[in-house]
Design a protein around this ligand. Structure first.
Ligand SMILES: Cc1cc2nc3c(=O)[nH]c(=O)nc-3n(C[C@H](O)[C@H](O)[C@H](O)COP(=O)(O)O)c2cc1C
Length: 398
């Protein structure tokens, strides 16, 4: 059993309320304007199922590399797989070469494997930016334009809405988001999402919601989605109020807390219903997550290795002894998992603020690794051009 609508709820005195229309992405209507951010290694079919059981929204798969998808490697096909009851099959592509990205979109469209496609221009991981990919890419306006044009052209053939997700820029001296947003709009994207950080911030500091508001104002004709540092339904409402965005994108805030999507739906419906699970309910969700991962990977050992990284997120703020935490973080099988979870205090209530707030990646600012000479011009040099076509890596990042 997981947390349900019958779970005891906390009532706040002044509930966050908001009237926001459904999010329109081309022909799609997303009733609750909330998006699960693509997260490599997290937002697979298993986690998406858990999240969407709590609330409406758009649930994006972890990114897949265009090259690997075109080559149909096993992991890529698994990443883009969806449950039969996923109403909107959403896929995120990463790529640096217009031809390969176009081919990946064509594959998804022609084979009817996606109802929504997002392009990743936000990844700050050095092995990606060092090759001019992810958040380094919009700096090269010619390359960025060519990729988005190729992708929208192919997506339009199947009337599949295509969106982009980006950061503010490489660093504060090399901001690209307004220009990139306009290029993407002109190419016909259905929406743009902005994570309010630069690449060099990685996940440090605070997301700049003013930049999100600025983008919203600069693109009056398409939906703009805001991303960064939403840890609660109340944060989501604040972001909409402060920036005017058409929807919110949630990443780390839901790690170990799929019920956040229930809170978000409630807030957007103007109710004060919030999920406040006790330890037993958290343990049940954790166990269910592990079971779903076994189905996803079709490999119990792999699934159990994967669930280990979720331990600290699920049990943040709950009383779980150090030894038990350590054992959970090394759990080998579902059977051992059940034994370990049975040792938890089934009556321990929701711990309040300790279970809330920031979680997941943080880190410190770092100078962004870039190809030599990348910042010297906004256009690709011949040398960068040849590097780019060899740079479609098998990456996973964020
Ligand atoms: C573990 C992890 C993996 C990520 N993977 C991706 C990814 O595959 N594609 C992407 O566009 N962003 C990725 N991101 C970035 C998130 O989608 C999101 O933009 C970022 O975490 C900021 O939102 P948040 O403050 O709500 O977490 C990743 C983030 C994390 C923490």
């Amino acid at each position: 059993m997981t947390v349900t609508a019958e779970t005891p709820i906390a009532t706040t005195e002044a509930p966050a309320r908001l009237e926001l229309p459904p999010l329109k992405l081309g022909k799609l209507t997303v009733d609750v304007p909330v998006v699960l951010a693509p997260m490599a290694g997290i937002t697979n079919k298993a986690f998406r199922r858990l999240c969407r059981e709590y609330g409406g929204g758009l649930y994006v798969a972890e990114m897949v590399t265009s090259r690997a998808l075109v080559e149909r490697n096993d992991m890529s096909m698994r990443i883009i797989s969806h449950d039969e009851d996923e109403a909107v099959r959403s896929v995120q592509l990463y790529g640096v070469d217009p031809h390969t990205v176009g081919a990946a979109v064509r594959l998804l469209v022609e084979e009817d494997r996606a109802d929504h496609i997002d392009l990743n221009f936000g990844c700050p991981v050095p092995k990606v930016t060092r090759r001019g990919g992810g958040s380094a890419l919009p700096w090269k306006t010619d390359l960025f334009t060519a990729i988005v044009n190729a992708a929208t052209r192919e997506a339009a053939r199947g009337d599949v809405p295509l969106t982009i997700k980006m950061r503010k820029g490489i660093d504060e001296d090399h901001l690209t988001f307004i220009e990139a947003g306009k290029i993407a709009r002109d190419a016909g994207v259905a929406a743009v999402a902005l994570h309010g950080r630069t690449a060099s911030q990685h996940y440090s500091g605070q997301a700049d919601w003013n930049a999100i508001a600025e983008l919203r104002e600069s693109l009056p004709d398409i939906p703009v989605l805001g991303n960064g540092d939403i840890w609660s339904a109340e944060d989501a409402v604040r972001m909409v109020e402060q920036t005017g965005v058409d929807g919110v994108v949630i990443g780390r805030g839901c790690q170990g807390r799929p019920w956040l999507f229930g809170d978000l739906q409630a807030a957007f419906e103007g109710t004060d219903r919030r999920f406040r699970p006790g330890l037993k309910e958290v343990a049940d969700s954790f166990h269910r997550h592990a079971e779903l991962l076994v189905d996803y990977f079709e490999d119990e050992g792999k699934a159990l290795r994967d669930i280990r990284k979720h331990v600290a997120w699920y049990f943040k703020g709950y009383t779980v002894g150090g030894e038990l935490r350590a054992a959970l973080a090394a759990v080998p099988t579902l059977e051992v998992l059940r034994e370990l979870l049975a040792q938890l205090d089934a009556d321990a209530p929701y711990p309040g603020a300790d279970a809330e707030g920031p979680r997941g990646r943080a880190g410190s600012p770092k100078r962004t690794a870039l190809p030599d000479g990348w910042l010297e011009s906004r256009e690709l040099s011949a040398a960068h051009k040849s590097m780019i076509s060899a740079a479609e890596l098998d990456v996973s990042g964020g």
